[in-house]
Design a protein around this ligand. Structure first.
Ligand SMILES: Nc1ncnc2c1ncn2[C@@H]1O[C@H](COP(=O)(O)OP(=O)(O)OP(=O)(O)O)[C@@H](O)[C@H]1O
Length: 301
């Protein structure tokens, strides 16, 4: 088998004549964690569903876990753990009953043992009798993760697993993801959170179905080559429209009570920034962040 857990190219899916996934290429080595980012409606969920064999691509080809996307979709489905965006388990069943149900679906042998092991693995044993519907967002998400791990998949496809989950539970979830990767499991995880993106080995950024950036955080920052300034001061937000019209400016975005202004080249922007400083605004050159880069890419797309 290829050492690549995901190896696809030209992946395309259209709805009503509109390509929502457009020529996506994705290679991911076993045991890596890849963050899948992009604005709402950019095609992340559709790509994930194509990868796990739930949707058939209109064009493109490749393999997941060495299995052909078109010819072996059923086998892919059985070997991949897919966590959909919405909680998909039974709210009126307990944690243990839900896992037992999923184990039955997969026709797993020694079900009782498998369920017990999964409860332990995810730290759910003490709560196994609780109804899924009564759990907090963080525990529901942990149960969902348990359900998609129960058949020991080697690839996890997680669709915004931490949406609506508090910061502590998100941190714990990511610790778990890293533990799983250390065990050789490959993870593709979509997210809108930049702190989560920073915890991935590699990232793919998609807009309108097309991959606009890929690589490690460092590689993406370097490839973007942005120069960024933070502007602060009374009424700074009202400057945004005029800053956008400056020659050489690529993007202007609000970050808390500051504005981030980005450009490819400092020279045409610096004199105007000095003028702003003289008007009393705080101007500071800062390191570009992933968010700066993504806002820029999205603006240009
Ligand atoms: N079954 C469908 N029929 C028609 N259009 C669809 C279907 N599924 C998705 N779309 C459209 O395809 C586009 C991509 O949707 P998708 O859910 O893949 O994006 P996403 O990046 O996962 O978004 P989000 O971050 O909001 O979850 C959207 O415009 C969506 O409305």
């Amino acid at each position: 088998m290829s050492a690549l857990a995901i190896d696809v190219s030209g992946l395309t899916k259209a709805y009503g004549g509109r390509k929502v996934v457009d020529g996506v290429q994705l290679q991911l080595a076993a045991g890596r964690i890849c963050g899948f980012l992009g604005p709402n409606g950019s095609g992340k969920t559709t790509t994930i569903r194509l990868l796990c064999g739930l949707l058939r691509p209109d064009a493109g080809s490749g393999t997941c876990l060495g299995l052909d996307l078109r010819e072996q979709a059923v086998r892919i489905k059985r070997q991949v753990g897919y966590m959909p965006q919405r909680f998909g388990l039974y709210e009126d069943l307990s944690i243990r009953e839900n896992l037992d149900f999923v184990a039955r679906l997969y026709e797993l042998p020694r079900r009782r043992e498998v369920v017990a092991r999964t409860l332990e693995r995810l730290g759910l044993a003490a709560r196994q009798g609780q109804l899924a519907g009564a759990l907090s967002g963080g525990w529901k998400q942990r149960l969902s993760l348990a359900a998609c791990l129960i058949h020991e998949p080697r690839l996890l496809l997680l669709d915004e697993p931490t949406a609506g989950v508090d910061p502590k539970a998100r941190r714990e979830f990511w610790d778990q993801i890293h533990d799983l990767a250390d065990q050789g499991i490959t993870v593709l995880v979509s997210t809108h959170y930049m702190d989560e993106a920073e915890r991935c080995h590699e990232l793919v950024y998609i807009v309108d179905g097309r991959v606009l950036a890929r690589g490690s955080e460092r590689q993406i920052l370097e490839a973007a080559g942005l120069v960024v300034w933070s502007l602060k001061g009374e009424g700074v937000s009202t400057l945004a429209p005029s800053l956008r019209a400056w020659p050489g400016v690529l993007g202007v975005a609000a970050f808390g009570n500051a504005l981030h202004l980005s450009a490819r080249d400092a020279a045409p922007v610096e004199p105007r920034l000095r003028a702003l400083e003289q008007q009393g605004f705080g101007v500071q050159r800062i390191e570009a962040s992933l968010e700066d880069v993504f806002i820029n890419l999205m603006g240009r797309a």
